[in-house]
Ligand binder design. Structure first.
Ligand code: NAP
Length: 267
């Protein structure tokens, strides 16, 4: 079993990282940052986003597992005190775990320079840098609406608990192959009109966003961002590839939602 570790860089994550390498060597795991079978993210959900983008070009060969060094995460369920158990499971090989595959989004970005394709684990967002974003949305090549507002967020089901949730988007179970498009503070009055609620597209649909020409756009992909002054359009859809997480024990999605956002239920 070949592995690598990505950590958040704070004291407890670095300490956990060092201990992980010691125990892994004792259990016969091979450190291979180039071609890992499993990438262990130590930190928070943000650390998993970094790990995902580091290995986005080998999603078919690499799976991920998360150790949280803060609060319970959506991508990280192991605690530092459980390192030995986790490493023993990894050393026991593929029979000791199962892999769950979750949908991600593909974003095709067309600028004056050409087209580039990216993947996102949580979401892609578009915002106007100098004010209101004005953009036409087309769904499956049909004009849908003219959006005016702070921005647009296109999220995956696992990303639906991140930025999307702050925009009042629905939380989607990650077994659904779908993308959600949520508005950020849309302008809605007698002149300007957009739907005003988020929409969920299935796998075989796509959405194109054409910002009005001449706008400076801030485009984010998970924790990454870029400013574009010559953005022509972006196309978003469910990607053909998926992200794999290794599960050594159950990690029910709705339990995570409840523990993260609701807490104890008071009768
Ligand atoms: P950050 O500002 O350090 O993290 C923002 C928070 O989002 C962190 O608490 C992070 O958890 C949490 N988070 C990340 N993915 C999540 C998910 N799938 N479900 C629930 N919570 C999640 O930025 P970052 O660490 O670089 O992460 C970038 C992410 O932040 C973006 O992908 C976006 O989802 C989120 N974000 C949210 C808002 C908002 O809600 N208004 C605004 C911008 C960005 P950890 O503490 O465990 O890392």
């Amino acid at each position: 079993m070949k592995y690598n570790v990505v950590n958040r860089g704070d004291e407890i994550s670095v300490r956990t990282n060092n201990r992980f390498h010691e125990l892994a060597a004792e259990c016969g795991l091979t450190l291979d940052p180039e071609h890992p079978d499993i990438v262990v993210s130590i930190g928070g959900d943000g650390t998993m986003l970094h790990a995902f983008h580091l290995y986005a070009d080998r999603l078919d060969q690499t799976s991920f597992v998360g150790i949280h060094t803060g609060h319970l995460g959506f991508y990280a369920d192991w605690k530092p005190m459980e390192l030995e158990t986790l490493i023993r499971h990894m050393a026991a090989g593929a029979e000791s775990f199962r892999t769950v595959k979750y949908p991600i989004i593909e974003i095709q970005i067309v600028t004056g320079q050409g087209m580039e394709t990216y993947l996102a684990l949580n979401e892609c967002t578009l915002k106007g840098v100098e004010g209101t974003l004005v953009a036409e949305l087309r769904i499956n090549d049909e004009r849908f609406e003219m959006f005016r507002g702070d921005g647009i967020c296109i999220s995956t089901p696992t990303g639906s608990t991140g930025y999307n949730r702050s925009l009042n988007g629905a939380i989607l179970h990650p077994s659904l192959e779908a993308v959600q498009i949520a508005e950020m503070a849309s302008l809605n009055n007698r002149v300007y009109r957009s739907l005003g609620s988020s929409i969920v597209l299935p796998k075989h649909h796509h959405c194109d966003i054409y910002p009005k020409k001449g706008q400076k756009i801030l485009l984010t992909l998970d924790h990454l961002n870029m400013q574009l002054s010559d953005l022509v359009s972006i196309r978003c859809m469910v990607a053909d590839r998926k992200v794999s997480f290794v599960r050594f024990r159950p990690f029910p999605f709705w339990n995570r939602v409840r523990e993260s956002f609701i807490g104890d239920i008071v009768e």
